[in-house]
Design a protein around this ligand. Structure first.
Ligand code: FAD
Ligand code: SF4
Length: 481
């Protein structure tokens, strides 16, 4: 590498694609925040890669993308080859390019981080959007059908990644989901300002073009039993996600004006109104909320993860007058992506750190008037290594609010119909998969595999993709034996 090339990153700063102006966002624009790189911008950004020989970015990426290699192909404008390389490790690269918390993953480990990391996510999105728009499709010509069939329960990232890899292995994948649309939380959890829903429809076309079949509006355990699937298919993959809501047990959480985060986001997505294809309430969603009008209201969101960030930014777009996020630890401990926190701040969201909610308070008419919080200091680390938030005595105060949204997170819950088939449930409702004497992602039932949030607990799109992909490899191994 010449000296000129080695230091070009100093002349070419890191840039992100243009964003929708903040005035539009705060006046109700739900469009995807970041635009797209043009060819020149993508080539400039790709050209900042040092090809440093030890690509920490690839190691930190949960699917281990060949990042320096596809950045090189972008510089050479070989976009279809770059798309093929992206798909060799990641069945949903255009989605991950949009929603991964890159600051904690690939970009956070870029050698150039100090000077401004290479914009890996935005280039990944550029490659795949450009390739698909110009006719690139996965090459299935060398795939030999095996005659095997696998049912996939759940059309979230884990299930879609599994189906994609099964198709590449010549195995017929049939994906079942209780919703009418594919995508799982991509479709009805993550708001459109982070992920345009047209991206998911386009991916559905790609998967159907590869031979993947969808049976939507079908809930396993209610409309079809797992026994029926085991009788009809050679194996079954379970990617049912994590939907057990953590409510925090706060006094006053049942008051009118207190909303759980996910139904709030689902209602906003205006795609699924909490009922399935037959108009029946979706299991676990019977307590659908009526969305209050947030126009001119003071909204407090409790929780500092991705879900919390999506709630505050949705509230801004719904016209709330004042939006506050209260989090019990300090800013550095926030689980949400730093980029999303910065975007929320720009949209006028106020962050209050080191505030632990104690109760939700009501006025005379039982309407919410605010959240009683206590200030905290960080104490000793807990079992997970995170420092505990210790309340400071006498520091209680009322955080005024008309609407409170609870975004403390989710955990999985192993369905009874799996337990009846011998599948073990582990800590916090997770499905136990893999381990001694089993293939990776194989449960205690040899023909039932599982992955994604249902196994790991609520995590990330890219980790669910990685597990769905790797579970497909185990299934292919079992079926070829
Ligand atoms: P899911 O996406 O939950 O999909 C599971 C699917 O299984 C669903 O479609 C469900 O309908 C279906 N299903 C369940 N039970 C049945 C049944 N019995 N029969 C038929 N179908 C069934 N991650 C990021 O990386 N970046 C982000 O910005 C981000 N933002 C998020 C924002 C919110 C609000 C939330 C809640 C999560 C966010 N995440 C984010 C996390 C990410 O969305 C999840 O980790 C990921 O979607 C998990 O994928 P999955 O396939 O395991 O499960
Ligand atoms: Fe980065 Fe996510 Fe793409 Fe991996 S999949 S390179 S972590 S944006």
């Amino acid at each position: 590498m010449s000296r000129k090339q080695a230091f070009q990153f100093l002349d070419l700063p890191r840039t992100m694609p243009q964003r929708i102006p903040v005035e539009l966002r705060t006046s109700g624009d739900w469009g995807e925040l970041y635009g797209k790189f043009g060819k020149e911008d993508a080539q400039f950004q790709a050209g900042r890669c040092l090809d440093c020989g030890n690509p920490y970015c690839s190691w930190k990426c949960p699917v281990h993308n060949a990042i320096p290699q596809w950045l090189q192909l972008v510089q050479e404008n070989r976009i279809h080859e770059a798309a093929t390389l992206c798909h060799s490790t990641n069945p949903l690269p255009e989605v991950c390019g949009r929603v991964c918390p890159q600051d904690r993953l690939c970009e956070g480990s870029c050698t150039l981080e100090e000077f401004g990391a290479v914009t890996i996510g935005a280039v990944e999105k550029y490659i795949v959007d450009t390739a698909l728009a110009t006719g690139w499709r996965p090459d299935m010509t060398a795939v030999e059908p095996t005659g095997k069939r696998v049912a996939v329960i759940g059309a979230g990232p884990a299930g879609l990644a599994c189906a994609d890899q099964l198709a590449h292995a010549g195995i017929q994948a049939v994906v079942y989901d209780r919703y009418e649309q594919i995508g799982g939380l991509l479709q009805f959890g993550i708001p459109s300002f982070k992920l345009d829903k047209a991206v998911i429809s386009r991916r559905r076309n790609v998967l159907e073009g590869m031979g993947v079949q969808f049976r939507l509006g079908v809930e396993i355990g209610r409309d079809v039993s797992v026994d029926q699937l085991l009788a009809e298919y050679d194996a079954v993959f379970v990617g049912t996600g994590a939907y057990r809501y953590t409510d925090g047990g706060l006094l006053g959480q049942d008051l009118k004006g207190v909303l759980p985060a996910l139904p709030f986001l689902v209602q906003n997505s205006r795609i699924v109104g909490g009922s399935d294809a037959h108009g029946r309430p979706i299991a676990g969603w019977e307590d659908q909320i009526a969305l209050p009008d947030l126009d001119g209201k003071r909204v407090v969101v409790l929780g500092g993860g991705d879900t919390g960030m999506d709630c505050v930014r949705s509230a801004v777009r719904l016209g709330a007058a004042k939006v506050t996020c209260a989090y019990r630890r300090d800013e550095a401990s926030m689980p949400g992506s730093a980029r999303e926190v910065a975007n929320a701040r720009e949209e006028g969201v106020r962050f209050l750190f080191n505030r632990q909610p104690l109760s939700i308070e009501a006025g005379a008419d039982d309407e919410v008037i605010g959240v009683m919080v206590v200030e905290t200091q960080l104490g000793a680390p807990d079992a997970s290594g995170r420092r505990n938030a210790v309340p400071v005595e006498g520091s209680e105060s009322l955080l005024e609010a008309d609407v409170v949204i609870i975004a403390f997170g989710f955990s999985p819950s192993t369905p009874a119909w799996l337990i009846e088939r011998g599948v073990e449930a582990g800590h916090n409702g997770r499905i136990i998969a893999g381990g001694q004497g089993r293939l990776p992602f194989q449960t205690a039932h040899p023909r039932l595999f599982a992955g994604g949030d249902a196994v790991r607990g609520a995590d990330l799109v890219v980790t669910a993709v990685a597990e769905g992909r790797d579970a497909a490899a185990s299934i292919a191994q079992l079926l070829s034996a």
